[in-house]
Write a protein of this length. Structure first.
Length: 144
């Protein structure tokens, strides 16, 4: 799996970039799939909660320490807050919330990396892909 995860991680950024480009050029609907804003909002929710869930899963492999309580609580709080955000926020505010979520997830990964709990390669991949995703979310929020 170590050989395939970077490819899957980069591939996961493609819908973010695609939606940002659509909104940038004024495409608001995609046949069969629907409104670009809705597609992006739901995909961002899925990916951000997936990453939060990965943090929850990582805590199971750690000895008692500062992450033992932080990871399961933060992952659940993030998932619930993002879901509520999807239900009640307008698109621009939701994009801001997702940017904050991806930054928060990256900060947690940075702390895990500094504690030598995740590999340098995994962390570097997360930094690059998170940057791509955050830029795509910002563009989407501006051009929606």
């Amino acid at each position: 799996m170590q050989k395939i995860y970077p490819y899957l991680t980069y591939a996961g950024a493609i819908p973010f970039v695609f939606c940002a480009i659509c909104l940038l050029i004024g495409v608001t609907q995609i046949p069969v799939f629907g409104a670009v804003e809705q597609i992006l909002s739901i995909y961002a929710l899925v990916i951000s909660t997936f990453l939060a869930g990965a943090h929850w899963g990582q805590h199971l492999n750690f000895d008692k320490g500062p992450f033992d309580l932080l990871l399961p609580i933060s992952s659940n709080v993030m998932a619930v807050l993002l879901w509520i955000g999807l239900l009640v926020l307008d698109f621009k505010a939701l994009m801001i919330m997702f940017v904050a979520a991806f930054l928060s997830l990256l900060i947690i990964d940075d702390r895990l990396f500094r504690a030598d709990l995740i590999s340098r390669h995994y962390f570097q991949t997360r930094v690059i892909v998170s940057t791509i995703v955050i830029v795509a979310l910002i563009i989407s929020g501006i051009f929606s």
